[in-house]
Design a protein around this ligand. Structure first.
Ligand code: TRP
Length: 359
């Protein structure tokens, strides 16, 4: 290879219901990438067991549900590879090797582990600690060059770059000798001339795509919030979507005409942001139209927009969820295509490391 093939890789965990935040912050942004470069979208079931094993039936149902959401949102199995992580064993094998590349000190710095492990670190699973190494393996088993994710994953992508850099360096001579490297596209003193793994480019979603709870504008919209009114689920029908928008928390003032006027008004800011994201416009544009108006005028307009934009997708999502055979066929085909890319990569990696191949 004279240069790395551009390739997008991203994934979502199959835990609980997908909601508007997952859609606007992640999956909807992936759709246009499909026409620009090869894309792989994974349902990361092996990550979903790191914070405790979910109920087995629920885990397989949630895996199908995320697949249905990808498809209903416009990820086309004829353009993108869609599969569930556990079907391609190469992820696990590369993760083990990366466990031996990454340093304890690097993982000790991961803020997501600290948040998820909470006070009782001694009782967190080893898998939760090593999770970022598996994420690096997900990406690099395909020598992925571009990874679109939310800003909460930024630190994990930096770790992925550190792992790729260390591997490329530690095995630089061997990679060159075997003739399986790619000339470093951005020569730097930190890296050898020939690389095996690309230094992945993060494509981080800005704060504008952070969708907050409909009941509390200071909290992220979340599948674990006990109030269903706090989120719009990707399986909600038109009436439910409209009802949740009508019941969304607001403040008593009219909407401002300038974005600056949304400061210290988290609920107003969130609803204006949702309108802009659904409409493909900006908060400025929304306030040009609605500045000076009361929520009693803005909310019906937002409800109508949300129903128009989302209900075709949520209808399709509910239909697909019933069609397990179709979902499973898509995942099977995707797993075969994914394996066809990852298997030769792991063959190379074993050779680079010196694992003896006698079969
Ligand atoms: N850790 C990601 C999240 O929680 C999910 C994920 C796993 C992922 N592997 C990945 C995202 C590889 C991008 C690329 O959102």
């Amino acid at each position: 290879m004279a240069e790395f093939q551009p390739r997008v890789f991203s994934g979502v965990q199959p835990t609980g219901n997908l909601h508007l935040g997952n859609y606007l912050g992640a999956v909807s942004r992936w759709v246009p990438l499909q026409d620009r470069m090869p894309t792989i979208f994974c349902v990361v079931d092996s990550h979903a067991i790191t914070a405790g094993f979910p109920d087995p039936i629920e885990l397989s149902e949630a895996t199908r549900e995320v697949t249905a959401a990808y498809m209903a949102a416009g990820i086309d199995p004829n353009k993108s590879i869609i599969f569930n992580q556990s079907q391609v064993r190469e992820h696990m094998e590369l993760a083990w090797i990366f466990n031996c590349v990454a340093r304890m000190g690097w993982l000790n710095r991961m803020t997501q582990f600290k948040e998820k492990a909470g006070k009782n670190k001694e009782n967190a699973s080893v898998g939760l600690f090593a999770y970022p190494n598996l994420m690096a393996a997900d990406i690099l088993a395909y020598r992925g060059t571009h990874v679109p994710v939310g800003d909460d994953q930024k630190q994990h992508l930096e770790l992925t770059r550190d792992i790729a850099t260390k591997f490329n360096n530690d095995f630089g001579d061997r990679i060159k000798e075997l003739g399986i490297g790619v000339p470093n596209p951005t020569p730097s003193p930190e890296l050898p001339e020939q690389l095996y793994f690309p230094i992945t480019e993060p494509m981080i979603a800005g704060p504008a795509t952070r969708i907050m709870s409909l009941r509390d504008g200071t909290k992220k919209m979340s599948k674990s919030d006990p109030s269903d009114l706090s989120r719009i689920n990707l399986t909600d029908d038109a009436d439910t979507i409209a009802k949740k928008v009508r019941k969304a928390k607001t403040d008593p003032d009219a909407l401002p005409s300038e974005v600056g006027g949304l400061e210290e008004r988290p609920e107003a800011d969130n609803l204006v942001g949702i309108f802009a994201a659904l409409d493909g416009s900006s908060k400025e544009d929304v306030l040009k139209t609605f500045g000076g108006q009361q929520f009693s005028a803005f909310k019906p307009a937002l409800a109508e927009l949300a129903v128009t934009k989302l209900s075709p997708m949520t209808d399709e999502m509910r239909r697909l969820k019933e069609d397990k055979a179709q979902i499973d066929a898509v995942l099977k085909d995707g797993a075969e295509k994914a394996s066809a890319i990852a298997e030769p990569v792991l063959k190379d990696v074993r050779k680079i490391i010196g694992f003896l191949d006698v079969r």
